[in-house]
Structure formats: structure tokens, C-alpha cells
Design a protein around this ligand. Structure first.
Ligand SMILES: Nc1nc2c(ncn2[C@@H]2O[C@H](COP(=O)(O)OP(=O)(O)O)[C@@H](O)[C@H]2O)c(=O)[nH]1
Ligand SMILES: [Mg+2]
Length: 407
């Protein structure tokens, strides 16, 4: 009797799991897999907490892209595509913040390379095909944190529809012609693949969106698939060419792993206010750069500084380092370059230059520095040259975690 009960329970579970995962597309139907205009295609949209910056958003993208890729690898949900959320009015993009247009991912990334990893489409690939010119999202699930993530002393994966205080605080990436039919708020914590359970609440939905996508966590961080996804995030080739041209002409290097310069990511602005226990003063920064060169790079005289510091503060740092006889470099875009690449592209050029340096020192817990560290792992630098940070002038200075590449 007991055995029969287990068998029936398993059978029910299997059917439920199948319902959850199976789409209407047949893996053998090529058009179904590749064509965003196919009527059976379903679209998964997401948005991120409005104040979050570019580099955390890149990590959130990876969570969704890995989730899609892993589900497709199992032959499930083959009719689903992930829509790349346009970049719009990011908090740190000072020169375009007020007037900015939504920018497609191709502004910053090689979208064909992203597509080689996961079934992604740009929003404008879909919008141009909308006959009514309005895109209706069937359900927007607004993810919300639990008040107490460690209820009963443990962090358990769970979700629960929440009917109170429900509103979407985004702006559909600046696209006035995108509308939501229904908004559902959900307390959510845990692995991102459990979002499929939410999607299955409305099985006939064609367009589903998750707001506050950052609340869902990686299913597994640092795995081979994670790194395959990360490797596919190649930058737009004009940004790469501009960075390489700069490196060749200013920093005397034509190789991938340069030996001629060291790079520092000096994160200021909001970090000096909200994380002042983690970042050094101007003079603390100079001492640490000088010390690192003396310890590790005795032949190097060229120092590249990537920073969001105000010009006056940055100039002080540059002058003080020059006084110590260093040749100091900072990428300043021309007016045309700034118009072409935008603040986001200039930040990427800085990151690429840091990625190729003989030695890199980053800022503690800056996702901007994290992305540089990953790039250096992919390029094949010795991890000792990568996982280094600026310490505060006094107090504890934890070593950066080493997230090393898996091929
Ligand atoms: N050009 C340039 N921009 C930077 C630099 N550091 C920070 N920024 C800007 O500030 C933003 C910081 O936000 P985010 O990407 O979230 O990184 P985090 O806040 O450091 O974790 C970046 O996306 C850039 O727009 C830098 O070294 N160079
Ligand atoms: Mg940030």
C-alpha cells in the first residue's frame, strides 16, 4: 500500500514537473527555435531595481541567461526567448541621464556572441514586429524580498503571492508603448529557475516579465556554464578596437597579456560616502599604488587609472603620482567618442584597458572591479595579478574572494 502511494505521488510529481517545463515547441522545428517572429514564441522580459548600476545588471543578465540556457539544454521551454532589457537613464550616466534614449545591448555588447550562449533577443527586434505598435505584457511579476529572509533560522527557497502594496516602480526601459495587462507581486527568495513556477501560474501567457529580477539568485555561481555565459559577453567591437588602440599607443602593448603597465580601478562618488570604511583616502591610494609597484612591478613606470572620481580629485591623484615619477594615464574620450559610445561605453573602454594590465588593483565590492577580474581570468592572467584591492587607510582589509575561471 505504502509503495503504491509513493509510486502515485512520484507519477503526479513527474507530470507536474513536465507541465511546468514543457512548452508547445518541438525541439526538431528549427523555425520555432530561432525565429522571434514566430507566433508560438513566448518572451521572458525582466527589469532590475532602478538605482542599480551597469555591472550588477550584467550579473542579473547572467542569472536569466543561464536559466534559459540550462532549461533549453534539457529540451524544455524551447519556445521561450529572453528579451534583453534596454539600457535607460542609469544613475551613474551623468552626461546622458536626463536626455538619454533607451539603448539596445548592441551598443555595448556583441549580441551575436550573447545569442551563441542563450536564446536572447533585443527588445527592438520584437517591437518592430508589433503591428499595433504596442507591446502588451500579459503578466508582470514584481519580485519582493521577504521581511525576514532567515525565518526560523534558515534561508529557504520559497515564494508567495503578495496582494498588499503591489506596484511596478520601473518604466519599461523608457518605452512608452510597452504596457502591462496584469501586475502580480510575489515575495521571492532563492534560485532563479523557480521563476518557471510563477510562469506556470498563467500557462497561456505569451509575454511574461519579472520586475526586480535581481532578487532571484544564481542557481549555481562559478560553474562551467556560468563561465561559458560570462565568456559570451563580448563587448561591441568598436569599444574593443578603441581600447586596444589606446593600449597600443599609450601603454606600449600589442599583446593580450600586457607587461608594460599596471591598472587601478579607483571607485569614488557614492563609494566614498556609503562605503568609506572600505575605500582609502587620496593619500592612502597613492601610498598603496607606490607600494604595489615596488613590491611586484619594479620595472613598470606606467600606471593606468580608471575612475568615476570628479575631475578635480582625479587630477590631484594623477599629479601626486607624477610627482613620484610615474607616467600616469587616464582615458578621456573626445566629444565624438562620448557621443558615440556614451558614458556606458567609456566605462567599458576603461574596463578593457584594466583587463589587459600586467597587474590590477580594484575597489572592494565594486561590481565594476569584479567584471574586470572575470575578464582577466578569461584572458589567462595569473590570479595573483588580479585579485588585489585598495584597502582603507586603517582598519580591516579583507582579501578579495578569488572567483577563478573554469574552462
Ligand atoms: N568610466 C568609468 N566609469 C566608472 C568607473 N567606475 C565606476 N564608473 C561608473 O559608475 C558605475 C558604477 O556602477 P556599477 O556598474 O554598479 O558598479 P559598482 O557600483 O562599482 O558596483 C559604472 O557602471 C560606471 O558608469 C571607472 O573607473 N570609469
Ligand atoms: Mg552599483
Amino acid at each position: 500500500m505504502h509503495l503504491i502511494f509513493i509510486l502515485i505521488a512520484n507519477l503526479l510529481l513527474t507530470t507536474a514537473e513536465q507541465d511546468l517545463f514543457e512548452g508547445t515547441c518541438d525541439a526538431a522545428v528549427k523555425s520555432c527555435q530561432n525565429d522571434p517572429q514566430n507566433h508560438d514564441t513566448k518572451f521572458l522580459f525582466y527589469d532590475v531595481n532602478p538605482p542599480e548600476g551597469f555591472n550588477l545588471r550584467r550579473d542579473v543578465y547572467m542569472r536569466f541567461a543561464v536559466m534559459m540556457s540550462e532549461t533549453h539544454k534539457k529540451g524544455k521551454k524551447l519556445d521561450w526567448r529572453l528579451v534583453l532589457p534596454p539600457w535607460y537613464r542609469l544613475y551613474h550616466w551623468r552626461s546622458q541621464r536626463m536626455i538619454g534614449q533607451p539603448l539596445p545591448w548592441s551598443t555595448f555588447f556583441d549580441v551575436n556572441s550573447l545569442k551563441s550562449f542563450a536564446p536572447v533577443v533585443e527588445l527592438n527586434e520584437i517591437l518592430t514586429n508589433e503591428t499595433s505598435n504596442t507591446l502588451e505584457i500579459d503578466t508582470v511579476y514584481v519580485l519582493q524580498n521577504y521581511d525576514d529572509p532567515f525565518e526560523g533560522g534558515i534561508f529557504a527557497d520559497k515564494w508567495q503571492v503578495n496582494k498588499d502594496n503591489c506596484r511596478y516602480d520601473g518604466d519599461f526601459w523608457g518605452h512608452a508603448n510597452v504596457k502591462a495587462k496584469e501586475i502580480v507581486c510575489v515575495r521571492f527568495q532563492g534560485q532563479i529557475s523557480r521563476l518557471w513556477e510563477l510562469i506556470s501560474l498563467h500557462p497561456s501567457d505569451k509575454n511574461v516579465m519579472f520586475a526586480h529580477g535581481e532578487i532571484a539568485l544564481h542557481d549555481s555561481y562559478g560553474t562551467k556554464n556560468y563561465w561559458d555565459c560570462r565568456k559570451s559577453m563580448k563587448f561591441n567591437e568598436n569599444l574593443v578596437k578603441t581600447a586596444e588602440y589606446y593600449i597600443e599607443n599609450n601603454l606600449n602593448c600589442t599583446e593580450k597579456l600586457c607587461k608594460s603597465y599596471m591598472a587601478v580601478h579607483w571607485r569614488r562618488q557614492d563609494f566614498t560616502r556609503s562605503r568609506h570604511n572600505d575605500v582609502p583616502s587620496l593619500h592612502g591610494t597613492i601610498d598603496q599604488i607606490d607600494h604595489a609597484v615596488r613590491m611586484h612591478l619594479r620595472k613598470i613606470k606606467k600606471i593606468f587609472i580608471a575612475s568615476d572620481a570628479p575631475t578635480s580629485e582625479l587630477n590631484l591623484l594623477i599629479h601626486e603620482l607624477e610627482y613620484l615619477k610615474y607616467e600616469v594615464f587616464h582615458f578621456t574620450p573626445s566629444k565624438t567618442e562620448l557621443e558615440l559610445f556614451k558614458d556606458g561605453g567609456v566605462a567599458i573602454i576603461d574596463q578593457i584597458i584594466c583587463s589587459h594590465a600586467a597587474y590590477f588593483i580594484g575597489t572592494h565590492e565594486s561590481t565594476y572591479s569584479f567584471r574586470i577580474q572575470e575578464e582577466r581570468e578569461i584572458l589567462g592572467f595569473d590570479s595573483d595579478t588580479t585579485f588585489n584591492r585598495l584597502c582603507p587607510d586603517s582598519g580591516v582589509c579583507e582579501k578579495p574572494s578569488r572567483w577563478t575561471v573554469i574552462h
